[in-house]
Ligand binder design. Structure first.
Ligand code: SF4
Ligand code: SF4
Length: 108
């Protein structure tokens, strides 16, 4: 494994951004005092927003750039919502997303 892939596995992955519905509080939107750009999310209800593209099949967040499993990054990394910050490389959710895209476990 190269130094880059072991230190920053997400840069060669992006699977979780193309696997899960990403819902978060309305208060994370830039026009509500947060930082998520308005154009990248859709309203679910009066208090919940969803990253655009994450409830379609195939799932792919509108903020994701690159190709899953090759080179991928979040176009709003600094402004991404909480669920994205909480999903840790090597967690169960991470490994499930990787498996869904045919990628080997990080722990391997
Ligand atoms: S699935 Fe895991 S390794 Fe891949 S981008 Fe998400 S957190 Fe990073
Ligand atoms: S906002 Fe960024 S980190 Fe979150 S799902 Fe979309 S591309 Fe991935």
């Amino acid at each position: 494994m190269s130094q880059e892939s072991s230190a920053y596995p997400c840069l060669l992955c992006g699977a979780c951004c193309a696997a899960y519905r990403v819902d978060f509080s309305l208060h994370e939107m830039e026009d509500e005092g947060g930082r998520v750009p308005r154009g990248l999310a859709v309203e679910v209800n009066g208090s919940t927003m969803r990253m655009r593209g994450t409830d379609h099949v195939p799932v792919r967040c509108a903020a994701l750039t690159g190709r899953v499993g090759e080179r991928a990054s979040c176009g709003i990394y600094e402004w991404r919502p909480n669920p994205c910050r909480e999903l840790e490389p090597g967690s169960d959710a991470c490994e499930r997303a990787r498996a869904r895209h045919g990628l080997p476990p990080l722990a391997a």
